[in-house]
Design a protein around this ligand. Structure first.
Ligand code: PMP
Length: 286
């Protein structure tokens, strides 16, 4: 596998960064996860926009233009002949001292990895997944703003551990006010009386690229999509529940905290949106 580091494609074994890089020492950096479908990089411009916004929010300069970065992503996908896969784009703060001071850091690394993706097994898409409510509260917006896709995922990792401890693959995270924020690596949607609801990003969610596409696809079907604060009660009593994300795409949730959603099977609106998303992703140029 060829890895892109700072303008060069190198062998995987030669792709190395310093142990003094603050990306490693402190999770000081930002990243993106991007899909490739049929040789086309999905929503690349939107991912690049979000990367630059994450970087700006943490005062990290990306040492190249958006156009240069787009070319680098395309070049890495080509070099690895990835036609259906996953691209990880990482920008680190670079080499500093053992103190946290980011202002002394230099040589921030830009890294691109193009690989295969591990999706949920097909049967989980057909049956739907079970989730739990995490007790770990989503980052307070005055701490690390949840809209930053930073290299520090510990908040979500702690919630993921709760899910795995309960033998389910995902957990819903609530914000400091008790409203639904998102899942550990996906956005949350519910359906009630044929209307779709999703928390506003201000409730503590990453502004998911898949979320944006799914909202657009639902509206094309003349479905109403409302962004509003959701409570645990709303999740317990909805007709349908699904998650969206780059890796998961659209996946149905059929149980939360031991309560079945609807009749305990993926609902019709979720199934329709999954199908529509699949068609859109496989047919669309970036
Ligand atoms: N929330 C979090 C915390 C995420 O890490 C992700 C990305 N996997 C998402 C939501 C979904 O965003 P996207 O659709 O852009 O992948």
């Amino acid at each position: 596998m060829k890895i892109w580091i700072d303008g060069e494609l190198v062998d995987e074994t030669d792709a190395k960064i310093s142990v003094f890089d603050h990306g490693l020492l402190y999770g000081d950096g930002v990243f993106e996860g991007i899909r490739v479908y049929n040789g086309r990089i999905f929503e690349l411009k939107a991912h690049i926009r979000r990367l630059y916004e994450s970087a700006k929010a943490i005062r990290l300069d990306i040492p190249m233009s958006r156009e240069e970065l787009i070319k680098a992503v395309e070049k890495t996908a080509d070099a690895n002949a990835v036609s259906d896969g996953y691209i990880r784009l990482i920008i680190t703060r670079g080499v500093g001292t053992l103190g946290i001071n980011p202002l002394v850091c230099h040589d921030g690394r830009s890294i691109i990895i193009a690989d295969n993706i591990q999706l949920y097994p097909e049967e989980l898409y057909e049956r739907g997944i079970k989730v739990i409510s995490a007790t770990t509260v989503r980052n307070h917006p005055l701490a690390v703003p949840p809209q930053i896709k930073s290299l520090n995922y510990l908040n979500n990792i702690l919630a993921k551990l709760e899910a795995l401890d309960n033998n389910v693959p995902e957990a819903v995270m609530y914000n400091h006010e008790g409203y639904v924020a998102e899942a550990t690596a996906d956005n949350v949607f519910i359906v009630k009386n044929s209307c779709i609801y999703t928390p506003p990003v201000q409730a503590g969610a990453l502004e998911g690229i898949t979320r944006g596409v799914v909202i657009k696809l639902a509206e094309e079907e003349n479905l109403r999509v409302v962004e509003k604060n959701l409570t645990r009660f709303d999740l317990y009593t909805c007709d349908e529940f699904f998650l969206t994300g780059t890796a998961a795409e659209v996946i149905s949730v059929v149980e939360i905290d031991g309560r079945a959603i609807g009749d305990g099977k993926p609902g019709p609106i979720t199934k329709m949106l999954r199908k529509k998303f699949f068609k859109y992703a496989h047919g669309k140029k970036s």
